[in-house]
Design a protein around this ligand. Structure first.
Ligand SMILES: NC(=O)c1ccc[n+]([C@@H]2O[C@H](COP(=O)([O-])OP(=O)(O)OC[C@H]3O[C@@H](n4cnc5c(N)ncnc54)[C@H](OP(=O)(O)O)[C@@H]3O)[C@@H](O)[C@H]2O)c1
Length: 242
């Protein structure tokens, strides 16, 4: 399958690696991020990539850009951000930034894309959340809350859109080496490159199913933690993370 794909968060990390890999596969890639220069640099690397600068937290701007771009056959909603939000210095503004970007940014894109996809009776929406959305993790209340929201959003849409011709997919990465994680002061188990993450996503999209979680071993461990009773989960996480 090829066609037009819209990738948000394409200026760096996983989105950038996806844009390049998909352009190589023959997709026409519309690349979005807030900063123009990384998108322009990406477009210079492959002539199938075009820059569409946009802040996904701006709902009207998202609608306007979607109305001007070629109708995407697929959208990979990857724009996201991370910053610690420890309870000791809990600040609503910090949490709002995370939720506005990671959850509402995704919501704005879905809202702008769905009417056209419903009218055409086809399309694929790929929502990038995180294994950090499975359960609450220390110092990450804002990030975990936003990503848990994206997981629930994808599940509900999948149910509502069954039989509509629109395929909803959920991507839950573990640790990926990108500008987002390079700020982390702690060791990151099973960390993979952005190129490996992009390959895992494209492999998953080539198969039927809903969730694409990777790397396999780390994602499996996180799934076990999701199933663990609270009385075991909280002491275990406290012990692992100190
Ligand atoms: N790296 C990991 O370990 C990991 C793990 C699980 C999930 N994820 C998720 O994977 C996605 C990609 O992350 P990444 O690791 O590749 O990080 P990244 O390299 O920091 O990429 C995130 C991109 O999102 C764009 N962005 C941020 N806020 C935006 C906004 N308001 N509007 C439009 N674009 C925006 C940024 O570009 P501008 O600054 O130019 O806007 C940036 O290029 C995120 O949703 C992240 O939460 C990452």
């Amino acid at each position: 399958m090829t066609g037009h794909v819209w990738i948000t968060g394409a200026g760096s990390g996983i989105g950038e690696a996806l844009a390049l890999a998909m352009a190589e596969q023959g997709w026409r890639v519309m690349a979005t991020g807030r900063r123009f220069e990384p998108l322009a640099a990406l477009a210079r690397r492959h002539d199938a990539i075009s820059p569409w600068p946009l802040d996904v937290t701006d709902c009207d701007a998202v609608s306007s850009v979607v109305s001007r771009m070629p109708a995407p056959d697929m959208a990979i909603l990857c724009a996201g951000t991370h910053a610690p939000t420890p309870a000791g210095s809990f600040d609503a503004a910090d949490v709002r930034t995370l939720v506005e970007t990671n959850l509402m940014g995704t919501v704005h894109c879905v809202a702008a894309l769905l009417p056209g996809m419903l009218e055409r009776g086809r399309g694929r929406l790929v929502l990038v959340a995180s294994v950090a959305g499975y359960r609450g993790l220390p110092t990450a209340a804002g990030y975990c809350a936003g990503k848990a929201g994206v997981i629930a959003l994808a599940e509900s849409l999948r149910l509502d859109l069954a039989g509509s011709g629109i395929d909803i997919r959920l991507v839950n990465p573990g640790f990926v080496d990108t500008p987002l994680t390079r700020k982390n002061p702690f060791p990151m188990p099973d960390i993979i490159s952005a190129e490996t993450a992009a390959a895992a996503i494209l492999d998953g999209l080539g198969h039927p199913g809903f969730e694409i979680a990777f790397p396999r071993r780390f994602a499996f461990a996180m799934r076990l933690l999701r199933l663990m009773p609270d009385r075991l989960y909280f002491p275990l996480i406290r012990r692992i993370t100190g």
